[in-house]
Design a protein around this ligand. Sequence first.
Ligand code: AMP
Length: 215
Amino acid sequence: MNLILLGPPGAGKGTQAKRLEEKYGLDQLSTGDMLRAECKSGSELGRKAQAIMDQGHLVPDEIMIDLIAARIDQHAGQGFILDGFPRTVPQAVALDDMLAKKGLKLDHVIELTVDEPALIDRLAGRFTCAKCGTSYHDHYRRTKVEGVCDVCGSHHFIRRADDKPEAVKTRLAAYRQQTAPILPYYRQKGILRQVDGMADIDDVTRAIEKVIRGP
Ligand code: AMP
């Protein structure tokens, strides 16, 4: 089974993708995570991408298409969940070509719908454990013990540079202008489903599972 999770930054794509990965044995393919790993490694691609990402703009399509093609080839699970890709119509078209050549298809495209002011609040408060990657939030999901990761006990946490208010505004504008036009593309193919991304995390997971199980 191959899925796309669509939705603006902060809609909960990453959180839900991790849950589906565990439950269905799928590989989460997050282009944001791939780019952050490139930045951390200091590769040429990482250096090029870093400034673009920090400002909240989109990395050029050619780079993203090559990056995802390599990862789709390597995926080892029962299928994959694309989280953060495609983000433009040319990326969606390239993905279709890529999958057709590999004899693969998309089963579901799930849009997490959200309310924009709530997103800004969600993004501004989020942070992750630097060691194990568990996600937290200043208001909605605090650590049980102040400053200590619930899962691995680490004391080190990171906040993304692009979660600062200026970059968040640019990222939301990029979603509206460059990513939202993908929705009619998938609606036309009859594989787009909407799930309320503002519901409780467990309810969102249940709603996604309902889409996956089918009518
Ligand atoms: P994310 O972690 O999905 O919010 O992605 C973080 C940043 O990585 C985005 O704001 C973009 O700068 C870049 N990025 C991730 N995926 C893509 C993509 N498919 N196309 C262009 N830029 C991307």
